[in-house]
Design a protein. Sequence first.
Length: 265
Amino acid sequence: MKLKKIIVNLALFFVAFSTNANQNKIDCGGINELELMNKHQFIMLGEIHGTVEVPKLFGDIVCHSVNKNNRNIAVMLELPASLQASLDLYMANDINEDKFLAHPVWSSKWQDGRFSVAMLGLINKLKTIKQQYPQKLDVFLVDLFKNTNNKPKSQYLANNISKHLLGDYQKTLVLTGNYHNRINLQEENSAATILSDFNPFSLTIKAPKGSYWACTGPKPSDCKVNIFNNEQVVKREGLILFEEKKRWHGAYQFKKITFSPPVRP
């Protein structure tokens, strides 16, 4: 009888342990072919700036990675490094959202899609994850606000990203525009080509139709909603791996993307 009681108590313990572990996990959105991405330790997702879907996808990738990994994860965003101090305060709840959005980068006349409502949503998701798992997630901003040092932006991004790649992180996840994470370039550099020794897994975004917020000319008034439709139909969303030599290892395909406006127009 004593042995039976011990077995029952052990069974109840493991059920309770499993339940608590599951309760501690953050609820993440669904991602098709997630395991194909989880195999890679350094992922660079190249976005079309100014969409609802891509920041959400990236946030879900981070969320699943934190749930899966026991060690620290580095997340990097193509936002100005000058915003880092405010971001750290916001992540720690030392300033509220209004003070965080009071930083000049959010009210820049050049609204290229990165300072969008969806990007703020991504930051808030990262904040939620950081507060639940403070030892498992670090968030870094790796872009410059104004290019005053005459270095190519690709080199600037690569330098900032590599600082954290050399740290003690189990996984590194980077979100930039899809111009900066291109590979297999013959006559020019991107951040991804400069970081080729670190073996980044590079993904772009595909969609047959939709809209996005971006700048299509040199004036602030050229930053606006852009609509496109190539008349194709996508039956299934998810990861596509390219077999032939392309500028990315693959793409995450959506049926449609939707523009996200600036937080502070």
